[in-house]
Design a protein around this ligand. Structure first.
Ligand SMILES: *C/C=C(C)/C=C/C=C(C)/C=C/C1=C(C)CCCC1(C)C
Length: 274
């Protein structure tokens, strides 16, 4: 019979193969706790940011309310998934008398990917909305950038759950194609639109586009950790904590930056009309 145990729980002795690079059975209690704490911190940040962003909607002009609603929606979706990730992590292990064992329940990587599939296009929409471009430009940029973002996540998943390093690398390469397209659009494609932004926010909008590029760059690098010599518990810790830190920067810090831009533009526009 084919072994259908999801990737993280396959261990060397059950498959007869050498330990997979991200074998969860080699995790120490300390690494398990550290990762659990990182997830808990991620959850707290996402919940707090959602509340803060949604309450701050009243401080921006009507034209920017949708951008703030969506920023809070992104952290709300992420908060929900961090709760699920935390629960899945806890049920995948049992710790007794200072020793750790896998329980047989799979730690579910799909929560992260479903989260990204929803939130990554929305993050780009946040940026596009706060720029307040023409209606047709808003729609076309949202569709092309959002579509490329979704494709990038879909192409990454098969490699994330694959056991072999070769498959992981192949899907890394495929997913990098839409990734490079998005980076190009943010660095070069938005230049014209950014130069038309009011002077007091041009720097901030450039900063937001740069924050997207830099924080998103984390993900394909973290994904490669198991392929560049990190193995076992160290690889699992680097990947899980790495993604969590990147999520906090890309969603919460970015959301606050979008709010700041929206507040400045609202203020400038009300001064101009007064
Ligand atoms: C809030 C979550 C965010 C901003 C997630 C972003 C994720 C990426 C930019 C992922 C990119 C990947 C590649 C470019 C190649 C390898 C596979 C991925 C999915 C990790």
């Amino acid at each position: 019979m084919r072994d259908v145990t999801p990737w993280p729980l396959r261990s060397a002795d059950r498959t007869g193969a050498p330990a997979a690079p991200m074998d969860l059975s080699t995790l120490s209690v300390g690494q398990y706790d550290f990762i659990a704490n990182a997830f808990s911190f991620g959850l707290a940040v996402m919940v707090a940011t959602t509340i803060f962003l949604w309450f701050s909607r009243s401080h921006v002009a009507p034209a920017y309310k949708m951008a703030i609603t969506i920023s809070g929606l992104v952290t709300a979706i992420a908060g929900y998934h961090y709760l699920q990730i935390m629960l899945s992590w806890e049920s995948a292990f049992s710790v007794t008398n200072g020793t750790i064992e896998t329980t047989g329940y799979a730690y579910n990587q799909a929560y992260r990917y479903v989260d990204w599939l929803l939130t990554v296009p929305l993050l780009l929409v946040e940026l596009i909305l706060v720029m307040r471009l023409s209606r047709s430009e808003t729609v076309s940029k949202s569709v092309t950038l959002g579509g490329a973002a979704a494709l990038m996540i879909i192409l990454g998943y098969p490699g994330e759950v694959a056991e072999g390093g070769a498959t992981r690398f192949l899907f890394w390469v495929l997913s990098m194609i839409p990734f490079v397209y998005i980076v190009y659009q943010l660095v070069v494609g938005l230049k014209g639109s950014i130069s038309k932004q009011p002077e007091n926010v041009r720097g901030l909008i450039n900063g937001a586009a740069t924050l997207v590029v830099v924080s998103w760059l984390f993900y394909p690098i973290v994904y490669l950790f198991p392929l560049i010599g990190l193995t076992g518990g160290a690889a699992v810790t680097a990947v899980e904590v790495g993604y969590t830190v990147a999520d906090i920067v890309a969603k919460a810090v970015f959301g606050i930056l979008i709010l700041t831009i929206a507040m400045r533009k609202s203020e400038a526009e009300s001064n101009a009309s007064a």
